[in-house]
Ligand binder design. Structure first.
Ligand code: CWL
Length: 353
């Protein structure tokens, strides 16, 4: 497969870690990275070490502190910033800009894939970013790590525009949905009818908390008394108060994670037969439970069985989100180069059912 050039939108935990992982993968050249304040573009390949060193410790933890959807928004400083909140501008490769996404779009003819690593605190935020690439007739691959079931339909509504532009979108390509959805699709192959898919994850984020505030905030939105708007508006102190109320260990049940609709669109089972839950432990780095996908079904020869897929307790969430995100990026680019456009979920990039 020919070399793939890619951009990351967002230099929070996921943006930075995908850049890092890509340096150890074959055939991936990161050529652009941006956040709300700035953009770094080098078609010969970004210096990832420099960019990571410059941005480490000053990630945009405030959910408002990200690339604005209209390309304008809060003005970027006209001068190079350093220190706490500078974001990507702290890198010698970056320039301040008020239009980071437009700047990437302007260079996108030479960019094979765009990884959207922005928090999705409005449900239509990622779909609107996708719109802007389609409107600019971008003909490459866009991949996101969105989680909410309802967002998949919003992307599907754009199928005609994507087809017209020649764009391939791979949605829900992190851990869950993403890695574990693909595992479920593979585990389903033994069966001719699927009864249930249960995804149960464990994450330990004591030292990793700072770097993963975005995902913790988004998880809190899944608790029974909260929604995405609440989670967006909450201060860091309020988030920490919720964590304290749970003594640092939060259990989630029946999360609205898009694994359900993504497995349904791959023809594997009904969305309602899929459950996603897990335990987030902010008091330890060890996983509080082994991440497990269980797929129960009926075989052609009359047995009922459950295939399980487990992650090692020692592989980090970062490894399990960002490795698969880049793997699905490669799968998306392969489709794009074969002239297959539109929206693909992780299950559709696996053996058919
Ligand atoms: O899918 C995600 O982005 C993270 C998700 C939750 C903490 N917000 C769960 C990640 C599952 C990873 C499981 C593992 O590494 O064992």
């Amino acid at each position: 497969m020919d070399e793939i050039t890619f951009a990351v939108l967002g230099t929070g935990g996921i943006g930075r870690r995908t850049l890092e992982v890509s340096t150890e993968k074959e055939g991936l050249t990161p050529v652009a990275a941006c956040d709300r304040h700035g953009v770094a573009i080098d078609h010969g390949g970004l210096d990832v070490d420099e960019l990571l060193a410059a941005t480490e410790g000053n990630i945009a933890s405030d959910p408002e502190d990200r690339v604005s959807t209209d390309g304008g928004g809060a003005a970027a400083a006209g001068v190079k910033q350093t220190g706490e909140d500078a974001g990507v501008v702290a890198s010698a490769q970056a320039e301040p800009t008020e239009t980071p996404i437009d700047d990437v779009i302007a260079e996108s003819e030479a960019i094979d894939a765009v990884l959207v690593a922005l928090p999705n605190f409005e449900h239509d935020f990622i779909p609107r970013v996708v719109d802007r690439f389609a409107e600019a007739d971008y003909s490459g691959t866009v991949i996101d790590v969105l989680k909410r079931s309802r967002v998949i339909d919003m992307l599907d509504d754009r199928a005609d525009a994507l087809e017209a532009a020649g764009m391939t979108v791979v949605c829900g390509a992190g851990a869950t949905p993403g890695f574990l959805t693909g595992a479920a699709a593979l585990a389903a192959q033994s069966f001719v009818e699927i009864e249930s898919v249960d995804i149960w994850w464990g994450v330990g984020l004591k030292s990793g908390y700072e770097d993963n505030r975005g995902t913790v905030r988004e998880d809190i939105a899944h608790l029974p008394d909260y929604d995405i708007e609440d989670a967006r508006e909450m201060s860091e102190a309020e988030i920490e108060a919720v964590i304290d109320e749970h003594d640092g260990v939060i259990e989630f049940e029946d999360m609205e994670h898009a694994d359900d609709v993504l497995l349904e669109r791959a023809g594997i089972c009904d969305a309602e037969d899929v459950t996603v839950g897990g335990i987030l432990d902010l008091t330890a780095d060890e996983k509080p439970t082994t991440t497990t996908v269980s797929v129960t079904g009926r075989t052609f020869d009359g047995e009922t069985g459950t295939n399980t897929f487990q992650l090692d307790d020692d592989t980090s969430m970062e490894a399990n989100v960002n490795g698969p995100a880049l793997g699905y990026m490669k799968a998306g680019v392969r489709r794009n180069r074969a002239g297959e456009y539109g929206v693909f979920g992780p299950g559709e990039l696996m053996p058919g059912f």
